[in-house]
Design a protein around this ligand. Sequence first.
Ligand SMILES: Nc1ncnc2c1ncn2[C@@H]1O[C@H](COP(=O)(O)OP(=O)(O)O)[C@@H](O)[C@H]1O
Ligand SMILES: [Mg+2]
Length: 358
Amino acid sequence: MKMKLGLIYGGKSAEHQVSLQTALAVINALDFNKFEIHPIYISDKGEWIRGGALQEPIKEVSVLKLEQGSLFSPVTLNSDLFPTTVEAEKLDVIFPLLHGPNGEDGTVQGLLELLNIPYVGNGVLASAAGMDKVVMKNLFAQAGLAQASYVSFIKSDFESNQEQAYKEVEEQLGYPCFVKPANLGSSVGISKCKDRAELEAAFKEAFEYDRKVIIEEGIVGREIEIAVIGNDNPQCSVVGEIAPKKEFYDYKAKYEDGDTDLIIPTQLSHDEYETIKDMAIKAFKAIDGSGLVRADFFLTEDGKALINEVNTMPGFTPYSMFPLLWKESGINYPSLIEKLVDLALERYEQKQQIKYTF
Ligand SMILES: Nc1ncnc2c1ncn2[C@@H]1O[C@H](COP(=O)(O)OP(=O)(O)O)[C@@H](O)[C@H]1O
Ligand SMILES: [Mg+2]
């Protein structure tokens, strides 16, 4: 019996196109003798469309933009979208290939929990905690992980006393500092500020994307990334480095210019590698991770590792950091996907053992 694997991709998100590329790569990497692949497309307007099972690899990304016709909105949970009564249409496992809000933040994960379908990657709590930079950093602080100093404001508090907010940033963090919307990714809405004028503009911009912002002290250092997979016993990959040729790793550098070098593996001392591995596992556990995370660090000139963030659904094209780190660690792209599917089933089985009655 082939395993019925649902792929959710697309999404009403800045990363719609990236997600399509990821879906294409994942489909074509899978063994069609082992898997029956069921595409579930979310259009850029947020409509859910389920396609029929794929029998063979596909050549073009446009094929993935399923015909409008059977539209389901995620708010009108419709049993036609994820039939659980028709045995033939039940999916064995779903891999959500989505990044950012409404995909990586626990919302889709919550939907799949309610439908009781196994899914790849982090659960509701880890996904939500990983998406909110303030909650994430609070959890890291509690786990004793070194990180940049930060403060945060919600919009209404900020607006009731802006001068106080600027002062707090200047006294506690100084310049340069980074202002970020709490709940986005892809560097959207993030600014580096060198003075008061830039800080004021940065607050204004960040609040356009979120009702909560975080401000961090600017760190000078190398940007080191490590990949983690597993459930209760997470394992780490080799380490990679991002060498941005710009002021920082912004949206353009990530997706448009391609003018960022990924160095895989990168050179670290034995102690630095051990520290980063240890911190990545602690960070994974701090958010109660499962399946996978990519943990991102700054390594300062005097050799101190500071955690920047974890991504609960990191970039997953074959050219993205996460799969490349595993490739360098001896796990190729198709095997990585299969490992993640196995981890999803393992986590699901564990949960099935839990008693819900008393
Ligand atoms: N505190 C900081 N000090 C120095 N550079 C930073 C800091 N925070 C972010 N950056 C730069 O901005 C980029 C994006 O920030 P990040 O917090 O990783 O947001 P995202 O979740 O959008 O990836 C980082 O990769 C780094 O280049
Ligand atoms: Mg980042």
